[in-house]
Design a protein around this ligand. Structure first.
Ligand SMILES: C=C(O[C@@H]1C=C(C(=O)O)C=C[C@H]1N)C(=O)O
Ligand SMILES: Cc1ncc(COP(=O)(O)O)c(C=O)c1O
Length: 265
């Protein structure tokens, strides 16, 4: 089910720059008991992305209201919210684009995440690297060709998620999730300065670690750092947190950090 600028409809004008250039940003949220989990953070991240992408003024009240309405009385589900620069401009030029497009959709919850939480998942190294670009790093923008290629390779592999490196060979994240690993009481996550999406569940995990017995380190490390990790976890707004059993040929048996975080995610 889709709502475009508040109207229930399934068609988007072909000149929309979201389609023409991937000119916009998005967020995907979990609905729990009719409410959007982390709603203020979803709005805040979209506002920051809109600012970084120089989008024209957005009606944020309407945007939030439309997300909230899409979630109403749904026990468990997914709301996706997209903002594009709208239509207009000559070629790439955004000049004259003053009416951003709001696209809200609702879908069912991916039930396999419930099973994966209990059983854990396996990760395989993706052959597709992420380009390093600090200008776009962290943003959940609409240009997702890298993820589409990563997912296409993953669909052929015997694994649930992928380990994704950047073009310098540093760990960044997974196909559609952020990555954490633990060594003793030290917890690590890639710093996302050059590539990757600054996930909201990553933000929640980081917040939960503050003042705990664990120390968080945002790092730039190669794949091999996972060889002597005690535990590996992945997160996104829907999962929201999954324990990893295997990454490449390395096995992890501990659930210490997962058991600490899971009740709060
Ligand atoms: C790709 C989308 O959203 C991301 C994917 C997932 C998921 O597959 O679990 C979760 C959160 C999003 N960052 C999408 O089309 O919604
Ligand atoms: C490439 C990528 N990294 C990280 C994430 C995690 O973001 P969030 O926690 O906001 O869902 C996503 C969302 O699926 C993603 O697509």
């Amino acid at each position: 089910m889709y709502w475009i600028n508040g109207q229930q409809q399934n068609t988007l004008i072909p000149s929309d720059r979201g389609l023409q250039f991937g000119d916009g940003c998005f967020t995907t949220a979990r609905i729990v008991e009719g409410e959007i989990d982390l709603l203020p953070w979803h709005i805040e991240r979209m506002q920051q992305a809109a600012q970084r992408l120089l989008l024209p003024a957005v009606d944020w009240l309407a945007f939030e209201r439309e997300m909230v309405c899409a979630a109403e009385s749904i026990p468990l589900g997914v709301v996706k919210a997209i903002l594009t620069r709208g239509s207009g401009g000559r070629g790439y030029s955004p000049q004259g684009c003053e009416h951003p497009t709001r696209i809200i959709s609702r879908s069912s919850y991916p039930q396999y995440y419930l099973q994966w939480r209990e059983r854990g998942i396996n990760l395989v190294l993706s052959p597709v690297p992420l380009a390093r670009n600090p200008l776009l790093a962290g943003l959940k923008h609409l240009n997702r060709l890298e993820q589409v290629l990563i997912r296409a390779h993953l669909d052929q592999a015997d694994a649930h998620e992928a380990l994704v490196l950047d073009t310098a060979g540093m760990l960044v994240e997974c196909c559609a999730a952020n990555l954490f690993w633990r060594k003793g009481k030290a917890v690590f996550t890639p710093n996302l300065e050059q590539a990757g999406v600054a996930g909201l569940m990553r933000r929640r995990v980081i917040a939960l670690l503050v003042g705990s017995e664990y120390q968080l380190h945002c790092v730039s490390e190669p794949l091999e750092t996972l060889a002597d990790a005690d535990e590996v976890l992945v997160s996104n707004a829907l999962m929201p947190l999954l324990p990893v059993n295997n990454a490449q040929s390395w096995c992890y048996h501990s659930r210490q950090l997962y058991d600490f975080l899971r009740p709060h995610c």
